[in-house]
Design a protein around this ligand. Sequence first.
Ligand code: 13P
Length: 252
Amino acid sequence: MTAQPLIAGNWKMNGSTAQAKALAGDLAARAKGAAGPLPRIALCPPAGLISTVAAAVAGSVVAVGAQDCHAKEKGAHTGDTSAVLLKDLGCTYVIVGHSERRADHGETNEAVRTKAEAALAAGLTPIICVGETEAERDAGKAADVVRSQVSGSVPAKSTAANTVIAYEPVWAIGTGRTPTPDDVKAMHAVARETYGKAHADGADLAILYGGSVKGSNAATLLAVAGVDGALVGGASLDAADFWTIIINAPKR
Ligand code: 13P
């Protein structure tokens, strides 16, 4: 089994109910009208828009994901959302350990791993994000950083069937800059090899690339060996551009 490609849109903290209905509805209509085989498709709106998006994509192949979850099932955690509730709201996926959360909320590998464990326990597929900063890359530490993030953030119970990793170099997020295809290939190989040291099914794991993916560079980035799809920020807010990325996903 090789990984079934996944194109996931991370809306970050963007959108209103009206925009969410229009964007998710447009995408669902494109997916319903598609002639050829499609990759897995997911939209990850802000928590407050999950129900709106779930209703708009109902009956289509478009799945819904969240951008974060708490490690606990319930309790006194003001402002947080449990993986159990996300599942109840119709989510299939949850992004954990995005670099913006690692930076803005001080999330450690350990914190990310416990969130991913909560996601698995709730029946969600965690999309676990890893990636080096520009300073780490300049210091020649990119591979070491990704090794320690993968080994520290991916649960022992993860399998290729229930988990996705996203390699997102922090310096490529929202900047319009992307690594070369050779760099992407090398970093995906590092992530896959590290995962494979603790898990039996490394060859089958879906590893996404994220960071300034757009319609115009999707064909190049998605053709790189070891890239099983994309985690898309800004371009996922434009249905036509996001659709171009979707149709450039690897065909398997
Ligand atoms: P951009 O596609 O806007 O660079 O964001 C990437 C990202 O962080 C997706 O999680």
